[in-house]
Design a protein. Structure first.
Lengths: 149, 632
C-alpha cells in the first residue's frame, strides 16, 4: 500500500510538472507570437487607428499615378499609396523592386509617422506582374473600388 | 481520336481501376467477399495509365499543341525546350497529375517489393488506391489538364519568367516525391492496423519508405531555398514564409517519425506513437499542399490559385483523417505491447528528440496558421515576423542539440549518465575552447550564439567520432555512417546559419559607371553597362570588378531581364562563391534614372549551408541502401 502511494505520488508529480512546463512554454510562445505580429492596414484603416511609432506595420494599396519620385540629394524614394478613398505618403530608402509601378498594387512594411505617412523599411515585391496582394484586393473591395478583370 | 481524348480515357481507366482496388477495403466484409480481384494487374494498370497520361501531357507541351487550354496558358513556342517540358508540371493541373503519378509509382514499387504477407500488401495497396482515386476524381472534375481550348490561338501565353529556371523545373517534382512518399507510410499504418501487423517486421518494411520521403523532402526544401537565394535577389535563403513553413512542417514530423520507427524496430514498443506520427506526417503534407494551392496564404511565393481546389484538399484530408483515426480508435488498445523506458537510454533520447521536433512543429504551425485564423474570424490581415520563429525555436533547438549529442552515444535499454558525459567531455571542451577563441576575435557574438555554436561543433565532432568508431570496416552502406553524416549535416547547418546571420553585411549603392563601391574590405569598380539579347528576353548587363589594389580578381555581371511573354522584368543576381563567404550582387534600374541601384551582400558560410543539406541527404541515402538490403 505504502509502495503504491509513493508510485502514484511520483507519477502525479511528473504529470503536474510536465503540464506546468507545457503551460509555461505555450504562454511564452503565445506572448512571443503577439509581440511579433505585423498588422496590415489599408490607407483608410490607418486613419482610424492610434499610431504607435514603435510598431512595424504593413500598408497596401495602389501606387497613385504620378506620385512616384526620387530625390538624388536625400536618396529617398517617395510615392503615394491609395485605396482610392484615402492616401498615405511613403518614403523609402533602398532598392525599389522591379515589379513596382504606378497604378499597380504594392505592400510596404515600415513605421507610421502619423495617420497619413509611413517610413517604409521594405517594399514587398511579388513574383508575377498580374499578381495583386490579397490585402490590396480586400482594401479595394471594402471601398467598393475593386473591379475584377 | 485526339490526343486529349486519349488522355481523358487513360485517366478514366485509372479512376476505375483505383476505385475497384480501393473497394477491397470493404468488400471482404460484404457478400461480395468471394470475388477475387487481381491486385497485381490493377496496380500495374493504375501506374501505367498515370505514366502514359503524364508523358502525353509532356508531349503536348513539347509540340506546343495550342489546341489545349493548359498549353496555351503555360507555354510559348519560343520557350527553351527544357522549360517546355517543365511547363507540363509548372501549373496546377500538371502538378496534380504529377502528384497522382507519384502516388501510383510508390504503389507500384511497393507491389514489387519482396514482402510475403499478401493480406497486408493488399490492404496497403487498396488504401493507396483510395487516395489515387480521390485525386484522380478531383483532377477530372475540376482541373483536367487535357481540356481543349475554346478560342483557338497560334501562340501561348508563356510561362512566368521567374519560373524559367532549371532548378525550379526540378524542385517541385522532388518536393512532391517527398510529400507523396508519406502517403505510402500512411497506407502502411492503415494496412498494418487492419491486419494487426504493427510489429518489428512491419517497422523494418516501413523504414526505407520513411527515409526515401525524408531524403526527397530534405532535398526539395534545400533546392527551394537555394533557388530563392539566387533568384529572388533578396540575399536571403529562408524567410519563414508560410509556403516554406508548409514544407518544413511535414519535414519536422517526418524526421520525428523515422527516429521513432527505429525504436519500434529495435524494441517493439511505441506502436501507437508511430501510427500517430504516420497520420500526422501525411496530414501535414496535405495541409502543406492545401495552403499552397488554395491561395489563402499571403506569401511571397503565391502563384495563381483557386479556393475550390483548397476546399477539395480539405475534404480529402478530413476523409483520410476520419478513416485513419476511426481505425486507430478501434485498434489502439491492442497496439502497444509493453512500454517501459529508462530515462537514460537511447530510446529515451530518441523520444525526447521526438517531443522537441514536435514542439518546433507546434511553433511553426501556430505561426503559419494563426494569421489565417485571425483573417477568418476577425477579418484582420496580419503576418508573423521572423523574430517569432527565431525566438521561439531557439530554446527548443538548444535542447535538441544537447539530446543529439548525448543520444547517439548512449546504449539501448539502460546506460549510465556519467559514462555518456565522460565519453563526450573531451570533444565538448575542445569545441568550447575553439568557439571561445573565436568569440574573443569576433566580439559581436552573444552568449546564446556562443552556446549554440559550441553545441553544434560538439555535435559534429561527436558524430564524426561515432561514425568512425562504429564503422570500422569502412562500408559506405551502413546505418551508423548515415546517422553520422546526417547529424554532422544538421550541426553544420545550424552552425553556418548562425555564423551567416551574425556576420552577413549588405550595402546599397546608387552607382554610375566608373564609381568605386566599398563594402567591408572589398572594393568594387563599376565598369560598364551593356545591352544583350537572350533566347526569349532582352537584358541589361552591368559589369563590376572586385579589386585587390589595382588588379581585378573577380568580375560580376548582374543582369536585368525584360521578358515579353508575359511582359515581366526580373533581376538576375551575380554570385561568386568563396570558401568562407559568398559575394552577392543584385541590381536594379529605377525608371528615368541615370544610375543603377546596386546591392552588395557579403554572406559568410553560405556554401556550408548547402553542403550541410547535401550531407543530410547523403546520410539518408547511405542508410536507405542498408535498409533495402535488410529487407532482401
Amino acid at each position: 500500500m505504502q509502495k503504491m502511494n509513493i508510485k502514484v505520488k511520483k507519477r502525479l508529480i511528473t504529470i503536474l510538472l510536465s503540464m506546468l512546463i507545457l503551460v509555461i512554454a505555450t504562454l511564452l510562445i503565445t506572448f512571443n507570437l503577439r509581440d511579433n505580429i505585423i498588422y496590415f492596414y489599408s490607407p483608410t484603416e490607418l486613419q482610424e487607428i492610434i499610431i504607435d511609432k514603435k510598431n512595424i506595420i504593413r500598408v497596401g494599396g495602389l501606387v497613385k499615378d504620378g506620385s512616384y519620385k526620387y530625390s538624388e540629394e536625400t536618396k529617398i524614394y517617395n510615392f503615394v499609396i491609395t485605396d482610392l478613398k484615402n492616401e498615405i505618403n511613403v518614403s523609402f530608402v533602398g532598392i525599389i523592386p522591379n515589379l513596382f509601378a504606378e497604378n499597380k498594387g504594392v505592400v510596404v512594411e515600415g513605421v507610421a509617422k502619423d495617420s497619413s505617412s509611413i517610413t517604409a523599411l521594405k517594399v514587398l515585391a511579388k513574383h508575377d506582374e498580374n499578381y495583386m496582394p490579397p490585402e490590396v484586393i480586400d482594401a479595394l473591395k471594402k471601398n467598393g473600388k475593386w473591379q475584377s478583370e | 481520336m485526339s490526343l486529349g481524348n486519349l488522355g481523358n480515357i487513360l485517366m478514366l481507366t485509372c479512376l476505375l481501376a483505383s476505385l475497384i482496388q480501393a473497394l477491397y477495403l470493404i468488400y471482404p466484409h460484404t457478400s461480395f467477399g468471394k470475388i477475387n480481384i487481381n491486385y497485381r494487374v490493377l496496380t500495374r494498370i493504375i501506374f501505367i495509365t498515370c505514366l502514359a497520361s503524364f508523358l502525353l501531357l509532356i508531349y503536348l507541351f513539347l509540340e506546343s499543341n495550342f489546341n489545349y487550354q493548359l498549353v496555351v496558358n503555360n507555354s510559348h513556342s519560343e520557350k527553351p525546350l527544357i522549360y517546355k517540358i517543365a511547363g507540363a508540371w509548372g501549373n496546377h493541373e500538371g502538378s496534380l497529375l504529377l502528384w497522382i503519378l507519384v502516388l501510383s509509382f510508390f504503389n507500384f514499387v511497393f507491389l514489387e517489393t519482396k514482402i510475403k504477407n499478401t493480406e497486408f500488401k493488399k490492404y496497403v495497396i487498396s488504401f493507396q488506391s483510395l487516395m489515387i482515386f480521390g485525386f484522380t476524381l478531383f483532377l477530372l472534375l475540376t482541373s483536367n489538364p487535357f481540356l481543349a481550348t475554346e478560342n483557338i490561338t497560334n501562340e501561348g501565353l508563356g510561362l512566368n519568367p521567374i519560373l524559367q529556371d532549371l532548378l525550379l523545373a526540378i524542385h517541385p517534382p522532388i518536393l512532391y516525391v517527398g510529400y507523396v512518399g508519406y502517403s505510402i507510410v500512411l497506407s502502411f499504418a492503415v494496412g498494418g492496423m487492419i491486419t494487426n501487423k504493427i510489429d518489428q517486421e512491419w517497422a523494418r518494411w516501413l523504414h526505407p519508405w520513411v527515409i526515401v520521403s525524408w531524403i526527397f523532402l530534405t532535398a526539395g526544401i534545400g533546392l527551394g531555398s537555394f533557388w530563392a537565394y539566387y533568384e529572388l535577389g533578396w540575399g536571403g535563403y529562408w524567410f519563414w514564409d508560410p509556403v516554406e513553413n508548409a514544407s518544413l512542417m511535414p519535414w519536422l514530423a517526418g524526421t520525428a517519425l523515422f527516429h521513432c520507427v527505429i525504436i519500434l524496430e529495435k524494441k517493439n514498443i511505441l506502436q501507437s506513437w508511430v501510427i500517430l506520427l504516420s497520420i500526422l506526417t501525411f496530414s501535414l503534407s496535405l495541409i502543406g499542399t492545401f495552403l499552397v494551392r488554395s491561395g489563402i496564404l499571403n506569401s511571397v511565393h503565391t502563384f495563381a490559385s483557386d479556393p475550390s481546389r483548397g476546399l477539395f484538399i480539405l475534404v480529402f484530408l478530413a476523409i483520410i483523417l476520419i478513416i485513419s483515426f476511426t481505425l486507430y480508435a478501434i485498434k489502439a488498445p491492442t497496439l502497444d505491447k509493453k512500454s517501459k523506458i529508462n530515462i537514460v537510454s537511447k530510446e529515451a533520447g530518441i523520444l525526447a528528440n521526438n517531443w522537441l521536433l514536435l514542439s518546433s512543429l507546434f511553433v511553426v504551425f501556430l505561426g503559419t496558421l494563426y494569421p489565417l485564423a485571425v483573417d477568418l474570424f476577425l477579418q484582420k490581415s496580419i503576418s508573423v515576423g521572423p523574430n517569432y520563429y527565431v525566438l521561439s525555436l531557439m530554446p527548443i533547438l538548444l535542447l535538441l542539440l544537447l539530446i543529439m549529442i548525448v543520444g547517439p552515444v548512449s546504449k539501448w535499454q539502460n546506460d549510465k549518465l556519467t559514462n555518456i558525459l565522460f565519453s563526450i567531455s573531451k570533444l565538448f571542451i575542445l569545441s568550447l575552447a575553439i568557439i571561445f577563441a573565436f568569440s574573443i576575435y569576433f566580439s559581436e557574438l552573444k552568449l546564446t550564439q556562443i552556446t549554440l555554436l559550441t553545441l553544434c561543433l560538439t555535435l559534429m565532432l561527436v558524430s564524426i567520432k561515432n561514425g568512425i568508431r562504429t564503422n570500422r570496416n569502412y562500408s559506405i552502406i551502413s546505418p551508423s555512417l548515415g546517422k553520422s553524416l546526417a547529424h554532422i549535416g544538421f550541426g553544420l547547418l545550424i552552425l553556418s546559419v548562425i555564423a551567416n546571420t551574425t556576420f552577413a553585411t549588405e550595402k546599397i549603392f546608387q552607382a554610375q559607371v566608373d564609381d568605386l563601391l566599398v563594402i567591408d574590405n572589398y572594393k568594387f569598380k563599376f565598369d560598364k553597362v551593356n545591352q544583350t539579347k537572350g533566347k526569349n528576353f532582352n537584358a541589361v548587363t552591368a559589369t563590376f570588378s572586385l579589386l585587390d589594389n589595382k588588379t581585378v580578381i573577380e568580375t560580376f555581371k548582374p543582369e536585368i531581364r525584360i521578358y515579353s511573354n508575359p511582359p515581366t522584368v526580373t533581376s538576375e543576381t551575380s554570385i561568386v562563391r568563396k570558401f568562407l563567404a559568398d559575394i552577392y550582387i543584385v541590381m536594379n534600374i529605377p525608371e528615368n534614372a541615370d544610375f543603377v541601384n546596386v546591392r552588395i551582400h557579403i554572406k559568410p558560410m553560405m556554401s556550408f549551408i548547402w553542403l550541410s543539406i547535401i550531407l543530410m541527404v547523403l546520410g539518408g541515402i547511405s542508410s536507405i541502401f542498408f535498409r533495402i538490403k535488410l529487407i532482401k
